[in-house]
Write a protein of this length. Structure first.
Length: 161
């Protein structure tokens, strides 16, 4: 009877790559750094957009007060602040930033084109208020403020918890 001896080097898969412990450690550190940076970057964009929306709300209150007080330059300045923020809104919602301390709904990213259109409508309403404030007509400014508030609510209805 013949004996079949199997040489370990001929077994399929026996020459597989076994990474060194140093390589594995380096890989783990790299992944941790990458994900930490990703989480940190996400927290930063969420924090920045929350600050932008708080500034926006303060601008809305300042406009209402300024119209009542006849301070139309403040109406213009604050409406411009809102318009500038509205231009930037889509950029503060990068893919994957719907986690953490945010009230953003997932629908923002599944309907990003609509979300962007609503931000544009907010910008347009703010710019119309700037034009209206230059006319000095408080009634028209209040109507413009109501329109601007409606553009905010249109987005909140669909995209904010």
């Amino acid at each position: 009877m013949t004996s079949l001896a199997i040489n370990k080097s001929t077994v399929v898969g026996s020459n597989s790559i076994h990474p060194s412990p140093t390589f594995l450690h380096f890989s783990n550190v790299l992944l941790i750094v990458f994900f930490s940076f990703s989480i940190s970057a996400n927290a930063d964009v969420v924090s920045e957009r929350r600050a932008g929306f708080k500034t926006n709300a303060a601008s809305m209150r300042a406009i209402a007060s300024a119209i009542g007080g006849g301070d139309y330059q403040t109406v213009i300045n604050q409406a411009k602040t809102i318009s500038n923020w509205a231009q930037k809104i889509p950029g503060y919602f990068p893919e994957g930033s719907g986690v953490g301390d945010t009230k953003a709904r997932a629908e923002i990213w599944t309907n990003f084109k609509d979300f962007t259109a609503l931000a544009k409508a907010n910008e347009t309403a703010a710019n119309r208020l700037v034009t209206t404030a230059k006319s000095g007509n408080p009634g028209a400014m209040m109507a413009g403020l109501k329109n601007l508030g409606g553009s905010c609510k249109a987005c909140h209805r669909s995209y904010k918890d």
